[in-house]
Design a protein. Structure first.
Length: 456
């Protein structure tokens, strides 16, 4: 959640030239201003908020503008380009599919769809067995919510329709996804009361210091929710805004609670899935399997594709033609996704994320230490970390400092997206999974220096 817009005023930022970073111009680049202004004139302001850099091309963990500048990419777009930018295998898959002169097939069968769903099915643990392909993460979340609601109706009747999710969660920007999310303003904009969408505290150990599972049941009781009216529980596998997994015991208790109350247990793996956390699926950290897992972002390496993967019983609730989408398994997106998944597996990218986790977290610890309490938490797992800027000794967000650090990093050749999370005060560091240790260390040194300078 960007909290403000970057001014379109070129600044002298000094020359940067290393093996991986090149900043040769003012930032924003003077020649880019008309293009940036064109976008600001033609688009809603909600599309703004990101650093004013024109993305032109990328290679692995590097991103370039058209003016000769180059950044180490700590954004992966928005945790999407798992295999890096323009991975040759993904480029080839896209080109080959485009060369077959088939770039749309609706739900008519295609070989590439067959290969992709079979591949995903072969990777997920039982009892997950059915794969439904969609286009965006939000769309897939909508589908999961709908499946849980239908399930509730079938097993418990019309009262069993409450979806429980977590405070500060993010599940996307469509209506249902926003109601399931845990950002109060996003819900207020939708007006009215939505008693079927209930949030409980996420056990992050920071904004919710009590990470015991008792808080879950207690909060439902306080909110007057009969557990038997719950059709489903939805959680990000790690909470995006703080990059924090829930305690393993909490996840196990949640699995048990859902079994006992016939509630569908849904993990939103849109960020966590396909290697980001150092395991292929984020839920492997917990030793539990959800009834539905929702994938997006890293599943396809860049082309728009998402997936809802669930048990046969849940996924077969609707008849032929009753759960479809115009762009389900678009052939080019499906070809890219298959190449992306094969690359993640064959190039050991999950292992790379696990191997580099200590480098990332040690830097987070150093940043916390040098910040005098201004970075309240630096949690992470695999190749994702969130630096939470706060007023010292509190959990009160400090978006201004977070924003300044992003600006400084971008000016010094490290690409970050604008701060996210509570009050727009968390900086996310999530490079492509192909990043090497040298690139990661170089980029982290820049972030450390930027935090030091922003706080000086
Ligand atoms: C955890 C999570 N779920 C769902 C979404 C929504 O995905 P999309 O933007 O593709 O609709 C996001 C996007 O940031 C996300 O981080």
């Amino acid at each position: 959640m960007a909290t403000k817009e970057f001014p379109l005023v070129p600044r002298d930022v000094g020359r940067v030239e290393t093996q991986h970073r090149r900043i040769f111009t003012k930032i924003p680049v003077p020649e880019s201003i008309p293009i940036l202004e064109q976008m600001r004139a033609a688009e809603p302001q909600s599309m703004g908020g990101q650093p004013p850099i024109i993305w032109d091309s990328g290679e692995g963990a590097l991103i370039r503008d058209p003016y000769g500048n180059q950044w180490i990419d700590f954004s992966s777009g928005v945790l999407v380009t798992a295999c890096g930018h323009s991975h040759p295998r993904i480029v080839k898959a896209i080109q080959e599919m485009a060369g077959k002169h088939l770039y749309h097939a609706y739900c008519f069968p295609t070989e590439i769809r067959a290969h992709l769903v079979a591949k995903i099915k072969s990777l997920v643990p039982e009892p997950l067995s059915k794969v439904f392909l969609l286009t965006t993460g939000s769309e897939a979340i909508e589908c999961a919510i709908k499946l849980a609601r239908t399930w509730g109706l079938r097993v418990g009747g019309p009262r069993k329709k409450v979806l429980v999710s977590f405070e500060n969660a993010f599940h996307g920007r469509t209506m249902g996804a926003q109601l399931a999310g845990g950002t109060p303003t996003l819900k207020q904009w939708l007006g009215g009361q939505y008693p079927d969408f209930v949030q409980v505290p996420y056990p992050d150990g920071f904004r919710c210091p009590d990470t015991s599972f008792e808080v879950f049941a207690q909060t439902l009781a306080e909110k007057g929710i009969d557990p038997n009216c719950v059709c489903g529980v939805l959680s990000e596998t790690y909470q995006g805004c703080n990059a924090k997994l829930m305690p393993r015991e909490y996840a196990k208790s949640l699995r048990q609670w859902c079994n006992e109350h016939k509630a569908v247990f849904i993990f939103d793996e849109v960020q966590a899935g396909f290697g980001r956390t150092g395991t292929l699926f984020g839920f492997e950290h917990y030793g539990v399997v959800p009834d539905i897992a929702v994938f997006g972002k890293g599943i396809s390496g860049g082309m728009p594709l998402s997936a809802v993967v669930g048990t046969e019983e849940l996924m077969n609730q609707y008849g032929p033609g009753e759960m479809t989408s115009t762009h389900s398994a678009n052939p080019i997106c499906a070809a890219a996704a298959l190449a992306n998944i094969e690359t993640i597996l064959e190039e050991g990218l999950v292992d790379n994320a696990r191997r580099l986790e200590p480098v990332l977290l040690e830097s987070g610890q150093r940043i916390m230490n040098l910040s005098g309490g201004r970075v309240g938490r630096a949690d992470g797992v695999g190749l994702v970390m969130a630096l939470q800027f706060v007023e010292p000794g509190t959990t009160k967000p400090d978006p201004e400092t977070a924003w300044n650090v992003v600006r400084m990093c971008v000016e010094r050749g490290v690409m970050l997206f604008a701060p996210v999370g509570v009050g727009g005060s968390a900086i996310k560091i999530n490079p492509p999974l192909v990043i090497n240790e040298e690139q990661l260390r170089e980029g982290l040194a820049v972030v450390e220096e930027a935090v030091r300078d922003a706080l000086a």
